[in-house]
Design a protein around this ligand. Structure first.
Ligand code: UDP
Ligand code: MG
Length: 344
């Protein structure tokens, strides 16, 4: 009977108001690791003796991941599942998780256990000591090829050279953020979100903890080299206009060289007569210069395109629905799908 159902709202409401720690786990097709991840998180969060919640963000998974986590909400009131309407990418999924997390501190964690949940107690301790951001720095990257390690190394160093806010090297998305940090992040209006840059842009007292990055527990990485290159370009163009200045610099140098060469040719013609050798050098100059031109036009296009994307003011993500213990119980009265269908 409907009337005999226990009313969850009071108990759930009370729990919601006192949530201290939210763990946000964005995932895309992680059916192999999600159960392990959940079990580990439960064990560690339970040991903290503080009210917590686990916010899973489904970034448009097409495997059984959603069924796995949706099955959890029926027996575990600490679990919420935010389902996005399609795959928006990890950066957007993290934003969705931050928007739905209700704790006083929010911890961002990969589903594949590369970010060891065992470190959560240390992070919480640092937060209790007064740090707003506890960011985790990788000491080494196990199970990742030499090429990936080298490109990651180079990228972080180039980026921190170029941007004005210090983006610390080798810190990823694995971090704890206080409530006011999260609110500040959520105020950032940009659509092209390079989270690692945003974290450092907002400032606040930050503590860095070193850890060893474990290999993926199971499943496959979602990043190929194209995607990583895209992320790197995104990071650089979001946080620095230095490449545009380089383009101007290169242009100036090349133009100067061209002018000097021109004067040299005039001089030579006047002194030694009209001789026109040098087809190869002409070709070399033309290809070099048109290469530089195309490169800088493409570079300019990156920034123009970014301006275009931002100007459209589209939301960063669209939520399909939010599943948790309360909505599941309420759905005996009214389908939660309808209630949450247009959120976001
Ligand atoms: N992920 C996501 N949306 C995406 C790609 C990845 O939510 O479009 C999640 C993924 O499920 C994992 C985390 O982001 O929980 C990190 O992804 P992955 O392990 O593939 O990246 P890597 O650790 O290799 O950098
Ligand atoms: Mg991973």
């Amino acid at each position: 009977m409907i009337t005999s159902l226990p009313s969850p709202s009071e108990a759930v409401k009370k729990a919601v108001n006192t949530i201290q720690i939210s763990v946000v786990v964005p995932f895309l097709n992680e059916q192999d690791v999600l159960p392990v991840c959940y079990a580990k998180l439960k064990g560690i969060l339970g040991g903290l003796a503080q009210p917590y919640e686990i916010v899973f963000v489904d970034d448009g998974s097409t495997d059984n991941s959603v069924e796995l986590v949706a099955a959890l909400i029926r027996r575990d009131p600490t679990v919420r599942v935010v389902r996005l309407s399609r795959n928006f990418g990890k950066e957007a999924a993290m934003s969705a998780g931050l928007a739905h997390a209700r704790g006083e501190a929010v911890i961002m964690l990969d589903a594949d256990l590369q970010d060891p949940p065992e470190l959560i107690p240390d992070m919480v301790r640092a937060w209790r000591d007064g740090f707003d951001i506890v960011s985790m720095r990788r000491r080494k990257r196990e199970g990742e090829g030499a090429a990936k390690r080298l490109s990651a190394y180079a990228f972080y160093r180039i980026l921190s050279r170029m941007s004005r806010s210090r983006i610390p090297a080798d810190t990823g998305d694995f971090r704890l953020m206080s409530r006011r940090t999260v609110e500040a992040l959520l105020q950032m209006p940009e659509r092209c979100r390079y989270m690692r840059g945003l974290y450092s842009w907002i400032g606040f007292p930050t503590k860095v903890i070193d850890y060893d990055r474990a290999p993926r527990a199971a499943g496959k990485t979602k990043w190929n080299y194209f995607a990583l290159f895209g992320l790197a370009l995104e990071g650089i163009t979001s946080f620095s206009t230095a490449p545009l200045r380089w383009a101007t610099g290169i242009g100036a140098v090349v133009a100067l060289a061209g002018a000097t060469f021109g004067f040299w040719i005039i001089f030579k013609t006047l002194m030694f007569g009209d001789d026109v050798p040098g087809y190869p050098s002409l070709m070399a100059m033309i290809t070099l210069l048109s290469g530089i031109q195309l490169l800088t036009i493409g570079l300019l296009g990156e920034y123009v395109g970014k301006g275009y994307l931002e100007s459209k003011q589209r939301p960063v993500f669209v939520v399909r629905d939010v599943l948790d213990y309360a909505t599941e119980t309420h759905s005996h009265y009214a389908p939660f799908r309808e209630k949450n269908a247009v959120e976001g």
